[in-house]
Design a protein around this ligand. Structure first.
Ligand code: FE2
Length: 185
């Protein structure tokens, strides 16, 4: 089960509205290497992990990714909140506005809707953990691209926190891979 805490894991502060970075941040809201894909991947794969410790790592990190998904959603909403439709149109968000208004929807930075085919789930824990480590590196790289594209100090600060967490997750999955290998040997 989960217990919801009514606060963000990290404050998603923004200087003001910014449609360009908002549309790019959808990469982490509903793209192939998004927080949503990561969270669903780990929470789906955990059942066939062979040790309780490995199951717990996937549960912990999967849960944290959902908290990161919440942070990204909050950032996007703050960056587009109250912006008139014509400005959304100029920023390339007309299709999003036509279908969702100012609401969020899990699609990538190009507007492609989220699909679970962005991740796999195997019975084999070694295969899964390699996928998970790759997912963390792709998320880290995506955060670096987004930081390069942003001029908002609040957005940069929040994305820097999220980037750091991907590095920690990569390391924890690496340790888990060794534990599972030892167990299987
Ligand atoms: Fe992560």
């Amino acid at each position: 089960m989960w217990i919801y805490e009514k606060k963000l894991q990290y404050p998603a502060e923004v200087e003001g509205t910014d449609l360009e970075i908002a549309s790019e941040l959808f990469a982490q809201y509903g793209g192939p290497d998004s927080e949503l894909a990561a969270g669903l991947r780990y929470l789906t794969q955990r059942y066939t992990m062979p040790t309780d410790e490995a199951k717990a790592v996937l549960t912990d990190i999967g849960t944290e990714e959902l908290a990161h998904w919440e942070i990204i959603g909050t950032l996007i909403y703050k960056l587009i909140e109250g912006v008139p439709p014509e400005e959304l149109q100029e920023a390339g968000l007309a299709a999003h506005y036509a279908q969702h208004g100012h609401a969020l929807y899990p699609h990538d930075a190009a507007g492609v809707p989220f699909t679970v085919s962005y991740f796999q789930s195997h019975e084999d824990p070694i295969a899964n953990l390699h996928e998970d480590m790759a997912a963390e590196e792709k998320a880290r790289a995506t955060y670096e691209y987004l930081i390069n594209l942003s001029n908002d100090s609040g957005v940069i600060d929040t994305l820097s926190f999220l980037r750091e967490r991907e590095i920690v997750h990569f390391q924890r999955f690496g340790e888990t891979l060794e534990i599972v290998r030892d167990y299987l040997d």
